[in-house]
Design a binder for this molecule. Sequence first.
Ligand code: G
Ligand code: G
Ligand code: MN
Ligand code: NA
Length: 253
Amino acid sequence: LRMEGLLRRAIDKNEIYLAYQPQVEIDTGRLTGVEALVRWHSAELGQIGPCQFIPLAEDTGFIGQLGQWVLQEACRQMVAWEAQGLTMPKIAVNLSVRQFERGGMAAIVTEVLESTGLAPHRLQLEVTESIIMNTGDALQYVKDLHAIGVGLAIDDFGTGYSSLAYLKQLPVQTLKIDRSFIKDISQGPDDEAIAVAIIQLGKSMNLSVIAEGVERADQAAFLLRHGCNLAQGYLYGKPVAAGEILARWGGQG
Ligand code: G
Ligand code: G
Ligand code: MN
Ligand code: NA
């Protein structure tokens, strides 16, 4: 496949880069972190979305290299922002199923943290609920990552049927409410009920809960009313380049 060959050279050609989306406290508007989202601008093909090239990277075994580049770049950027006067509280990085299921992520993450000098608690790894449920050794892998001091978030929560007994055993700190449940807030009672149930579940398990895909003020107000004070979505900012994050959030202490 042509795209596969181009993707394999994309890192060396500096065509891969990260965009950063703010995560905020709803009541104060304060920045609590960013999620790093990988991007590919191919000289030959133009802009290709991660929904296309991440699965390709997974199928072709390139995801290991790509995923490690993303981790390294995200941590490097945190240190660079610091030098530019912006202390970003934390950065969230997505792990793909192929990275997670083979094990050994703790060693890779340790190496990246050491080489960049970023403190472990400032990195949060996002693993989807379905990845966790479909990986036999997930509990051990999550424990290994927890042991090195990085944060863990369950991404797309509510879509993956995890049992509460299992969830209780996992040393994770954060649930991210899938954006499909946020979309219909104040339009559909069922999705409102699911969002509220996830907020309650997180509270009862002492986890922080962040809502994804918040686009409207009424969604934010609903979340706040039901005890969820963390949000990410177009209402607060689209994924943008590191320089734009600095311009908007730098120099605010
Ligand atoms: O970036 P966008 O907003 O279009 O994301 C589309 C999908 O790609 C999301 O499911 C997101 O989690 C995934 N994605 C974005 N960046 C990364 C990454 O660095 N690694 C992995 N594994 N998935 C990512
Ligand atoms: O799967 P994950 O949650 O990691 O992916 C984040 C994806 O969600 C990215 O594709 C990002 O561009 C997208 N996204 C972020 N905020 C919003 C939003 O407010 N609305 C919609 N529709 N998509 C969003
Ligand atoms: Mn994510
Ligand atoms: Na998600």
